[in-house]
Design a protein around this ligand. Sequence first.
Ligand SMILES: [Zn+2]
Length: 334
Amino acid sequence: MRAAVLSRHDLDGLTVAVADVPAPGDGEVLVRVETVGVNQLDLNVIAGVGPGARAQLPRILGIDPAGEIIAIGAGVDQKRIGQTVVVKPNIACGQCAHCQAGDEADCPNQTVVGVHRDGGAAEYVVVPSRNAIDRHALDAAQATAVVHSASIVINAVRTVALAAGDRVLVTGAGGTLGRAAVAVALARGAQVVAASRRTLSPLGDEQLIQASGAPALAAALDGGEGFDVVLDVSGHAPTLSAGISALRWGGRAVFCAASVDSDLRIDARDFYLRRKRLSGVASARYDDVAEALALAAAGALPSLVGRRYALDDIATAYRDFPRKGDGKVVVDVR
Ligand SMILES: [Zn+2]
């Protein structure tokens, strides 16, 4: 099979090469891949930094492939052969207290497809059966775009118990995760304010704020009625900080990215006296993924698919990633 193999920690170390088709072991399935996404995590693996430093090379990249199950290992239901699936990247350990309580998103022993084991930027990939999730009739590219973005947003709104009628601020609303966040909050019946550096077009009846940075956002929110929930997907700590300041009494903030900077400043007195709360969400539970896919299949999410590349051009897709434009970058493997 053809696969995008990283053999050293730089982009020139990535080649589309011939590799053996993997065989599914106990509890695993073999997926014939149609699409896979291009993610910041891949770039971390390529550079050998942060969570990507865990990858042992050579490694086939690709965290979120979608395709069809064509073979199964021992202990997997025969009926799964032929099922169209998308792969949840994070594999929970199944043993720890979090996993035992059904909270696999918080499992400290998670491994990731395309980081700790070979991924799906290849014609075939083997994953644990449980991580190959039925995508029903959902298009492969859309499923790839949803599985790691909208699922985290579902976890985030669950974490802050977002309810119909809540006043919700989404910061970083212009990106893939942000568009998913706005759509999910609208689908839950929230009153949504969407803030971004760029000019946004509305997905529903949300109010739009264009602010060129955190000080401009803080100025735009100053003196307003405040928010029950802030959903930050900007990855930008000053933006999250501006959102936390704009929370009402008892308001809940949740953030789903910390990619830009990590120096978060909070007015501790205001945070404490006004009973605010803050949570971070970095992955999703299996039922979050199923819910995100169901929302997408029901048409409640906008198309999150952006630019597309052929597998042979995957290095170009990574090179272009900083200027990728709107939506999730998707590689068509076949
Ligand atoms: Zn666990």
